[in-house]
Design a protein around this ligand. Structure first.
Ligand SMILES: [Zn+2]
Length: 141
């Protein structure tokens, strides 16, 4: 079953070769933040993690929830955690905003057979996505 990726789904954030293997059941906002600290400790060019409460609107890019970070990275975001940790610069976005119908958008986009066509960004409406989906020839729920 396809999913729109969130940090907990991204194996590279948690897998072997990292300082700590975090099993799927243990992937939480707390372990996500801890994983960011571990990652940044290995990058002398990065800053220490720092929270920002600036609002940042999430989007779906190539099948993953993301935000645009001020450093230019596009770190993963989670609509249930309302959080995004940038592994590039160390910012922790604590005020990530999601559309009220984020789950409905996910349900539609996961039906697209090609992952790189799973995209959504404000101000696209659900109706816009449905029209796009029909044009792609993918099913609509
Ligand atoms: Zn960043």
């Amino acid at each position: 079953m396809a999913v729109i990726l969130r940090p907990k789904h991204v194996k590279g954030l948690w897998a072997e070769g990292t300082p700590e293997v975090v099993l799927p059941a243990d992937r939480t906002p707390t372990t996500y933040r801890r994983r960011q600290v571990q990652f940044l400790a290995g990058n002398p060019a990065a800053f220490a993690p720092q929270e920002t409460s600036e609002p940042n609107a999430a989007y779906i890019g190539m099948g993953a929830w993301r935000v645009t970070c001020t450093c230019g990275e596009a770190p993963h975001a989670d609509p249930e955690w309302l959080l995004s940790c940038c592994f590039g610069c160390g910012l922790i976005w604590t005020n990530v905003t999601f559309p009220a119908n984020w789950a409905t958008i996910e349900t539609l986009l996961i039906l697209r057979r090609v992952a790189w066509q799973r995209n959504w960004r404000m101000p696209e409406t659900y109706a816009d996505l449905v029209a796009e989906q029909i044009a792609y020839g993918d099913p609509v729920p």
